[in-house]
Design a protein around this ligand. Structure first.
Ligand code: UDP
Ligand code: MG
Length: 322
């Protein structure tokens, strides 16, 4: 591919890795070692490591500060509490200064070598390079299937489809990061926002390994809420479906009413009907409650957005200089 301005991104480049960390004292050393191995021979890449301490309660921050003493590439954003990975990523994007930015997990599930391939594609002129997992073998069966169904549903009803098997691990050009930072919403479903901003996009493939140290912070309930967040952030389809469902149910009950009237005219009054009555009452009651629940879900989100609270709060940024 040729770049529209005829200037592929050759030469020296500054790369910011954005690393959210939440209770990861055991994963830091392994991560920094791998980064060292991958980037030590890359003379054209000036590396900056933006760690976002997402309210860790273990020694993560102390370890990071210790490493910073001897490694001036580390910048540490210390959040005031645990805000969740999405918010931590936003904080990191705000702080990162590189020409290209890559969010990466500290548990080495996003192999750092892949970044070199991403940079090659960026040099060809792409602004976004997604990390596409060719296998989810490291995930459980339940996570794989639920993820698959989530993407099917989401992509069916959202304006902008989400690429499947793509996480937060991706390369972004400065222009993409700046675009993301202009988005005002405070409920941030990063995957969706990443897709929404667009830009010239390609992908590289990689195999996602198991987490090496520590354990995953996303359990089933958290993932379910994450999926709800994704769908309600990018589609209002669940609100509209009630109109059609309501119309359908009314139509059916109208037909049923006609049937009863005609039958009564022909065969006379027939009192038993307790079962059908109960079924209709409970079915419609349930349907209405679900409808109200969906309304509540969106109303709640509107309420939170209306408060205009910041996405995260920073206690302090530690730059190598100070
Ligand atoms: N993380 C975070 N805040 C949280 C949960 C997770 O910053 O509230 C970080 C975590 O330290 C790791 C990354 O997000 O660097 C991915 O988390 P994890 O490996 O638990 O997620 P999974 O790989 O299971 O999806
Ligand atoms: Mg992980």
């Amino acid at each position: 591919m040729t770049h529209p301005h005829g200037t592929p991104n050759a030469g020296q480049v500054t790369l910011s890795l954005v690393v959210p960390v939440f209770n990861e004292e055991d994963s830091l050393d392994g991560f920094l070692l791998r980064i060292q191995q991958v980037f030590e021979r890359e003379a054209l890449i000036d590396l900056e490591l933006v760690f976002v301490n997402d309210g860790s309660t273990d020694a993560t921050l102390e370890r990071l500060l210790q490493r910073q003493q001897s490694d001036s590439r580390l910048r540490i954003v210390d959040l005031s509490r645990n805000f969740g990975k999405e918010a931590a990523l936003s904080a990191g994007l705000h702080t990162a200064s590189g020409q290209i930015v890559v969010p990466i997990d500290v548990d080495l599930q996003d192999p750092p070598e892949v970044i070199l391939q991403m940079i090659e594609r960026w040099r060809e002129g792409f602004e976004v390079v997604l990390g596409h997992r060719i296998s989810r073998r490291s995930d459980t069966w339940a996570k794989q299937t639920s993820a698959h169904w989530f993407y099917r549903l989401h992509n069916r009803i959202a304006e902008q489809p989400l690429p499947e098997d793509v996480g937060d691990f991706r390369l972004m050009d400065r222009c993409v990061v700046d675009a993301l930072l202009t988005l005002p919403e405070s409920r941030r479903f990063m995957k969706g926002l990443f897709a929404w901003v667009g830009f010239r996009t390609t992908h590289v493939e990689y195999e996602r390994p198991e987490r090496v140290t520590g354990k995953s912070k996303f359990n089933g309930w958290r993932l379910w809420n994450f999926a709800l967040e994704g769908i309600t952030s990018f589609s209002t389809e669940p609100l509209r479906v009630w109109t059609y469902l309501g119309a359908l149910v009314s139509l059916v009950s109208f037909a049923f009413a006609m049937f009863i009237v005609v039958r009564t005219l022909i065969y006379g009054i027939d009192l038993p009907g307790y079962a059908s009555l109960m079924v209709a009452v409970t079915f419609l009651g349930g349907l209405q409650l679900i409808g109200i629940g969906v309304l509540g879900e969106y109303l709640g989100r509107t309420y939170i957005e209306a408060k205009r609270r910041p996405v995260f709060l920073v206690r302090r940024i530690y730059d190598p200089k100070d």
